[in-house]
Structures are given as structure tokens and as C-alpha cells.
Design a protein around this ligand. Sequence first.
Ligand code: PSU
Ligand code: MN
Length: 305
Amino acid sequence: MSVSAAVLSVHPEVAEALAAGRPVVALESTIISHGLPSPRNVVVAGEIEQSVRDGGAVPATIAIIAGVVKVGLTADELAILGDPGSNVTKVSTRDLGPVMAAGGHGATTVSATSHIAHLAGIKYFATGGLGGVHRGARDTWDESADLVTLARTPITVTCAGVKSILDVGATLERLETLGVTVVGYGTDAFPGFYRADSGHTVTWRVDTPEQAAAIGAQRDAIKAPGAIVVAAPVGSADELDLDLHDRTLASGLTAADAAHISGKDVTPFLLDWFHTQTNNQSLEVNVTLIRANALLAAQIAVAAS
Ligand code: PSU
Ligand code: MN
């Protein structure tokens, strides 16, 4: 796939690894700019990249810096994304053109990151939790663009399921309709982001990185258009307490409603609500699970290479 270097700037370390067929894992940047509080976000961004390296792969964090789509960021670029004063737009696939045209900074969601990773030839991607169908979607029609992008983007994304702020059952139904393969990692239960078990089950299960890589290879062989979601639960010792989770979610949904939060602001609002209301316990769970996902994605990329 040829894309002008003027719009898609691949970091030399990433470009060399891709050219040599070495494992590379894409990472999103919305979690840095809109999912985690400053200044911890920049520290965590570095830790996530380190987890990918620990797993034996090269990290490629994706974002838009001054209108240019970057695949693999420098420390200075990570710092720009983490600074609340930088005016970083949350960029889903529909926002790519406008932010590039304006020469702005953009933090890419799972949707935009998957699209760019695939364009750059990267087949593995790690995140915290996918977006999906929001509670109340019957009235609001609020469904993350992550779902439709995953339907048409043949990558393997490692995550802790979908965010527990969502309607998880409805999201799983939509993933089925959209042709996205969902695989539990070491579990038959679909993970619940802050919680190991969402209360829903998965159709497919793998227990090793090799098994996950084999599914990706066969998907590619048969040219199935959609993503494979490798859903890895947070460890039982690291979960958010169930009562605290349910109470915080209920109060957060009420608060979002009262403040008339809608559209792309809903997810950042609820994540921030969790972090403040749980005294950062949810933040620690989020950091733990995303680092574990980054490590696992690297192990899958290594197994495939
Ligand atoms: N996972 C996290 N924190 C996040 C997100 C995922 O642990 O901040 C982000 C991802 O970028 C995902 C986005 O694509 O939230 C979904 O936003 P929305 O619901 O507006 O589509
Ligand atoms: Mn939305």
C-alpha cells in the first residue's frame, strides 16, 4: 500500500522492523490524551511501550502531530499528547481528514489507530478496552466507531474486552453482526475491562500466543475482512471491587446525563469519573490491564513472526 510520506510518517525504528519482518505492535493515543490524567499519562505511555519491548516487539504509538500522521512517536511527541495545554483532538476515523487539514494535534482512538496501523502494514495492536454500544443507545444511537472500523480492518487487537461503562451484551451482538472474531484469552468469559468477567461468554478461546497467532494467519489466508479481538481479562488480584464498580458506574451515568454529556465526550467523562470517584483505584486497574495487553500483543506478534 503506498501512502505519501508527507502524510504518513513512520518512525525509522518501526520502518526498519517492518521491512525486516520483525514484530511490531501498534498502540493508540486517545488513552494518553483523553483516557488518563496528566502527568501520569505520559509516564504510562512510556510504560506501555516498554511492555511491548519486554514482549520482544517494537512499539508504534500512533497519533497526529501538527497535521502529520505519525507511526511511532518520539518522547517529545508523547509529551505533547499528554499535555492538557496542547489542544489535542480526540480523533476517530471520521476526524482524520479535518485534523490533518487543520495541521492540528490528534489522539487516535481504536478506530483511527486500527485504520492507520493497517495502512502502515502493522498487524497487531494493543489497547485497554474497546468502545462499543453505549447504555441507552436505543434512544441515543451512541455506538463507537471502533466497531465498524474493526469490521473492515484485518488486524489482531488485544484488549480487556469492551469498557464496562457500555452495554456489553449489545456490543457483543454488534461484533457478531459485523464479522469481528472475539476470542477469550485463557478464559471462556468475556472480560469486563475493570472486572475480569463481564457476565457474558465468548465463542472461541485460546490459551497461548501461538494459538492466537494461528487464528490471525488463517483469517489472513481466507481474507476475512474483519479484526480478531483477543480479549484478555485483568488478573483477579487486580480487579476493581465489584460494589465500588457498580456504584461508580451508576453515579457516573447519572452525572453524565445531568451535565448533558453526549457524543465523543461520553467515554472520557465516564473514565475520568471512575478515576476521581474511586480515588484512582480504577486508574491503577486501567494501567495494569493495558500494560498486560501490550505485553500479550507483543508475544502474539513474536509467535506470528
Ligand atoms: N481504552 C482505555 N481508555 C480509553 C480508550 C480505550 O482504557 O481512553 C479510548 C479508545 O481510544 C477507544 C475510545 O477507541 O476510548 C472509545 O471512544 P468512543 O466511545 O467515543 O468511541
Ligand atoms: Mn460515541
